[in-house]
Design a binder for this molecule. Structure first.
Ligand code: 6PG
Length: 246
């Protein structure tokens, strides 16, 4: 029996509905955010966010949204250049940022083409500088999007990864055996300091894993998405009916 509280889950009919609700969640959070500081968003990678980005782009021009206050970050990146089709940055730029055209200094790309370790160090330094962090302090992002891999990973926190045990570094560069590559990823201290975390999970191929993550034993070593438990931020899972039916 799992004694931990079940996360809040909203089930929507299909992936487009998940994207629409996710875009609405972001817009509503931004509209309510204090106007005297930047609003910081962490974008996820993989394929799920494509519909979200298209949904956001469809709302443009959107004068009602203070998009100009938003700074864009990434939860993780693959070891490829920014114009590579596998790049998480490439997806976001192609579907959303190229249309929004934020000021360049509002886009905080992970420089994965430099190699994972160097990119992780540079990204961590950028977080420290941007948020004005004291040693040991984690940034409090306003809104963090995350996805769920069929193996239970999120961002690039994979089962059995040494990055799961990271309690001080903000950004890690773990070797991912299953992929045969080194990734760059935010660590749990950052994800769990967020003001809001939104998981987007769609598709039948995620159903069994989603059920284990939400209702199974707490084993973040095997299901790293379980390790995302914001200390005092909100967390919501937006899933479609295919993913909700184990
Ligand atoms: C990545 C992502 C990763 C993703 C999941 C789900 O770089 O791959 O950050 O954590 O969110 O793998 O990916 P899909 O959306 O493609 O199913």
């Amino acid at each position: 029996m799992s004694l931990r509280p079940r996360p809040t889950v909203t089930i929507l009919p299909d992936a487009p509905a998940v994207a629409r609700e996710a875009a609405g969640q972001l817009r509503r959070r931004l509209a309510k955010a204090p106007a005297d500081r930047p609003f910081t968003v962490v974008l996820s990678g993989g394929s799920t966010p494509r519909l979200l980005f298209r949904e956001l782009a469809a709302s443009l021009p959107d004068p009602a949204r203070a998009w100009s206050r938003v700074h864009w970050f990434w939860g993780d990146e693959r070891p490829v250049p920014p114009d590579h089709p596998d790049s998480n940055f490439h997806l976001a730029r192609e579907e959303w940022l190229a249309k929004l055209a934020p000021p360049p200094d509002h886009v905080h790309r992970i420089l994965a083409e430099l190699g994972a370790e160097e990119a992780a160090a540079l990204y961590e330094a950028e977080l420290v500088s941007f948020f004005g962090l004291a040693p040991g302090e984690a940034p409090r992002f306003d809104f963090v999007f995350l996805g769920l891999g069929a193996d239970g990973h999120t961002a690039s926190l994979f089962p059995g990864s040494e990055a799961l045990a990271e309690t001080s570094r903000l950004v890690a560069a773990p070797w991912v055996e299953a992929l045969g590559e080194r990734r760059v990823t935010l660590t749990y201290p950052v994800l769990n300091a967020a003001r809001a975390v939104l998981f987007l999970v769609t598709g039948r191929d995620k159903a069994a894993t989603l059920a284990r993550v939400l209702d199974g034993p707490y084993r973040p070593d095997l299901l790293p998405a379980q390790g995302v438990r914001p200390t005092d931020g909100g967390m919501l899972w937006l899933v479609d009916e295919d993913a909700a039916e184990p």
